[in-house]
Design a protein around this ligand. Structure first.
Ligand code: G1P
Length: 294
């Protein structure tokens, strides 16, 4: 029988983070925080909620801090406990990945050749069945989490490639993968193609891809032969388009709220959103709103 459970998730985290320089000169963009929680933590928590068995981080040697962050640091926890902060030590332990409950693999993407190339780097480490991809700079807040929702909805016979989508203004199609839409059924957006970053006058719709994918494993055969596309990079979108003719493509309209934390505006919006939910920041937000000062 074909394995249809989503057991593997890939986090492509090798990017240079040029949009956040100079901050990303010293800190990987995936470790930039929304208040106190790094983007990678949200992504990991979403994958844990989806009950995957293996997480593969496709990283770069210059970004060793990611590995240090995601794994447990017993020494630090002991120090915190010793200094009267056992609750903080416990919080760190709960946030860190536990290699007893989920396999963790780090691989390097030798050169920045694009998202498709990064995903292809994970190929030797996949478990059977469809594979999830999470782009941590697309922060999606929701209950259930976006990947959990997609795993629940995934039906390989309906569409082997299931991709999170949202409608964007026509002027913005050039920033996203865009689906060619044939019909819509509830959360599903059935599709007969996908193009990477089309100009508004060339876009087949305004249904844009955000960074959550469940992909039929035939994607890896397509990626192995994928020529460079937009920006001279190996595009995941192009490989989805090619293999999607056989596997089928559908968009999934998730119910959570998405923040484009690859942009400074999105990062600020996410920070304000989280601050508004926490009474600890009520005073500073109110003061800033009324007088522009605090
Ligand atoms: C990538 C994908 C694009 C997708 C986007 C979502 O682009 O190539 O298809 O719409 O993520 O955030 P990037 O933003 O990395 O240029």
């Amino acid at each position: 029988m074909t394995q249809s459970k989503v057991r593997t998730v890939i986090f492509p985290v090798a990017g240079l983070g040029t949009r956040f320089m100079p901050a990303t000169k010293g800190t990987p963009k995936e470790l930039l925080p929304v208040i106190d929680t790094p983007l990678i933590q949200y992504a990991i928590d979403e994958a844990r909620e989806a009950e995957v068995d293996r997480m593969i981080f496709v990283s770069h040697p210059s970004k060793a801090a990611i590995k240090h962050y995601v794994l447990d640091d017993t020494q630090l926890r002991m120090t915190l406990t010793h200094h009267g902060k056992p609750e903080l030590a416990y919080q760190l332990q709960a946030a860190a990945l536990d290699t007893r409950t989920c396999e963790i693999i780090f691989v390097n993407q030798p050169e920045p050749r694009g998202l498709g190339d990064a995903v292809a780097c994970a190929r030797p480490h996949l478990l059977d069945g469809p594979v999830a991809v999470i782009l941590p700079d697309d922060l999606i807040l929701g209950e259930p989490g976006c990947l959990r929702e997609m795993v629940n909805a995934y039906d390989r016979d309906k569409a082997g490639h299931l991709i999170a989508v949202m409608e964007v203004p026509k002027a913005l199609t050039g920033q996203y993968g865009i689906l060619s839409v044939t019909s819509q059924e509830g959360h599903f957006v059935l599709s007969d193609g996908i193009v990477e970053k089309p100009a508004p006058d060339k876009a087949p719709s305004q249904m844009a891809v955000v960074g959550r994918y469940i992909l039929d494993p035939i994607i890896f055969d397509a990626l192995a032969h994928q020529a460079p596309g937009v920006g001279g990079e190996i595009q995941l979108t192009d490989a989805i388009a090619q293999s999607g003719r056989k596997a089928g493509i559908a968009g999934f309209r998730f119910s959570g709220r998405r923040f484009d934390c690859g942009s400074k505006q999105g990062m600020l919006a996410a920070t304000l959103f989280m601050a508004h939910k926490d009474p600890a920041y009520t005073e500073v937000l109110a003061a800033f709103q009324t007088s522009g000062d605090y």
